[in-house]
Design a protein around this ligand. Structure first.
Ligand SMILES: Nc1ncnc2c1ncn2[C@@H]1O[C@H](COP(=O)(O)OP(=O)(O)O)[C@@H](O)[C@H]1O
Ligand SMILES: [Mg+2]
Length: 378
């Protein structure tokens, strides 16, 4: 396949913990190697505005336009910082795949939509590199959920001829990709909250953005009644394809469930939220991928040692490991950003990036829009 070379992927997920920027080298055969990666912090004022808009689920057109501009500027700065860190020139880069910052994901009839911001024209203009962006909407236009989109990359990198593998990405939301050894159709969907509820509760009670290593949660005891109530949410009964976001699993959702259980110590709520994330992942795997041998974990949640410990216990004898514990693996912190670099290359090569059995789209589609490196008329 043509279009081999260096690509950059930009990802900022629902956690809003920073912009992940990954430089990868993709060979003619599609082999993808991570060359360099950085996390570019959001300026704190912009981060608060983004969190506020997402929590309020509304903003004026002026605010929307301004945020789109400011995020585009930050994505461009992330690329420039990555180029500097890797001692690379923009001329060496084939393209940037920019996911954008999700403000709202609503894959439901009658008017499904998904909204990612971070003006790609600004990124192309400031970096001098071709940008591919707006990946999700073409899948949605073809009847899909627009998510998850990383499974095609997971398949290209991690499918094994003899092992049934699952890739488990624990970001703000958690998603799984089922990679059967048989080569049968790959499946994947959002299992529900990953870190998002734990982060919100931790911030409210400790002022810290997340529970480092899961240490606070490890000192509490899960509350059985609250856990059961949370697990009864309809989302977990839905069959795939399905996707969700923090428009649904947010502080309001948590407060509604806590109302029935006043007085649970904050540390026990944190322990319950951790148990909840682990149980929803376990239930999804037992129901949809019971013969899984290896679960390869990526995303920031892999650093929550208490969560990993609990997953190992719940999922035994399935093996829970990191995405770089296998041959030709990849550092778990950069998989999603690398995926959008890979998806940019698919688009430039005129190849589809979605997997219809995963998203529910009626057919494979070439994803996104292309913003050429040079806007000049030649
Ligand atoms: N050392 C750590 N201990 C516990 N949790 C962590 C740690 N490092 C990162 N995380 C979690 O990972 C999240 C970021 O994960 P990430 O994969 O970037 O999610 P997203 O794709 O939503 O941005 C943080 O918000 C936090 O919850
Ligand atoms: Mg992140």
């Amino acid at each position: 396949m043509a279009n081999s070379g260096y690509y950059i992927g930009l990802m900022s997920g629902t956690s809003m913990d920073g912009i992940d920027a990954a430089l990868v080298e993709i060979s003619d055969h599609g082999t993808t190697r991570l060359v360099q990666a950085i996390s570019h912090p959001w300026p704190s004022s912009l981060e608060s505005r983004l969190r506020d808009q997402v929590a309020r689920k509304s903003c004026t057109l002026h605010e929307y336009g301004e945020l789109d501009h400011l995020c585009g500027q930050q994505f461009a700065l992330a690329v420039l910082a990555l180029l500097k860190a890797s001692d690379m020139d923009s001329d060496n880069i084939q393209a940037i795949g920019s996911h954008g910052q999700t403000l709202y994901h609503h894959p439901y009839p009658p008017s499904p939509f998904t909204l990612q911001i971070g003006d790609p024209s600004i990124i192309a203009e400031r970096t001098g590199i071709t940008v591919v962006a707006d990946f999700r909407r073409r899948d949605m236009a073809a009847g899909g959920q627009g998510a998850p989109l990383v499974p095609a990359f997971h398949q290209a990198i991690f499918q094994h001829p003899a092992k049934n593998r699952v890739i488990l990405n624990i970001g703000g939301i958690a998603n799984i990709t089922l990679l059967p050894a048989s080569g049968k159709a790959v499946q994947g969907f959002d299992t529900g909250p990953g870190n998002c509820l734990m982060d919100l509760w931790c911030t409210r009670n400790t002022g810290l953005p997340y529970d480092e290593d899961g240490d606070w949660a490890s000192r509490g005891n899960p509350h059985a009644g609250l856990l059961q109530k949370m697990l009864r949410d309809d989302y977990f009964q839905l069959p795939p394809p399905k996707s969700t976001g923090t428009e649904y699993f947010n502080m309001q959702w948590l407060e509604e469930r806590l109302e029935a259980f006043p007085g649970i110590p904050a540390v026990d709520v944190q322990a319950t939220l951790l148990a909840f994330t682990a149980s929803t992942i376990e239930q999804a795997l037992r129901r949809w991928a019971p013969s899984t041998g290896e679960i390869l974990v990526c995303g920031g949640g892999i650093h929550n040692l208490t969560l990993l410990d609990r997953l190992r216990k719940l999922l035994s004898p399935m093996q829970v490991m990191a995405t770089d514990d296998v041959d030709n693996g990849m550092n778990p912190d950069w998989i999603e950003a690398a995926a959008f670099a890979w998806l940019a290359r698919q688009t430039l090569a005129g190849l589809p990036g979605n997997l219809p059995p995963v998203t529910g789209a009626s057919h494979p589609v070439v994803l996104g829009g292309i913003y050429p490196a040079s806007g000049r008329v030649s």
